[in-house]
Design a protein around this ligand. Structure first.
Ligand code: HEC
Length: 100
């Protein structure tokens, strides 16, 4: 068991549960988003986009675009400006984990 701690760390980093952990963190981070995009990523306001089931890379790309001003929206851009890269990653994982 000499290598146990090392193996445990590798497991923790590489296990499929990493995705689930990201999604769980994203759910917590998404509380402010639910006002417009709904609790399960299904928008509550007509015309606002649904996020449930959206490809994680797409969601992350859009959030970064809002944040850096490449994509302009007076409602969504200020939201994205509050997000760190880590926030964006877990949010994208959370929405991707939901049923569309
Ligand atoms: C006050 C309402 C509001 C809140 C709160 C809000 N959004 Fe949005 N969001 C919008 C609107 C409106 C759009 C559509 C913008 C457009 O048409 O360009 C949008 C678009 C998006 C998109 C792009 C969707 C697509 O299909 O391209 C993503 C991703 C997104 N929001 C994620 C989030 C996340 C994550 C949060 C929480 C941190 C959040 N939003 C909070 C209103 C909101």
């Amino acid at each position: 068991m000499k290598y146990f701690p090392f193996a445990a760390i590798l497991l923790a980093l590489g296990a499929p549960s990493l995705h689930a952990a990201d999604a769980a963190a994203g759910k917590e981070r998404a509380v402010v988003c639910t006002a417009c995009h709904g609790g399960e990523g299904k928008a509550v306001i007509p015309g606002y986009p649904h996020l449930a089931g959206q490809n994680a890379q797409y969601t992350a790309k859009q959030l970064k675009a809002f944040r850096d001003g490449t994509r302009v929206d007076p409602v969504m851009a200020p939201m994205a400006k509050l997000l760190s890269d880590a926030d964006i990653e877990v949010l994208a994982a959370w929405y991707a984990s939901l049923k569309p």
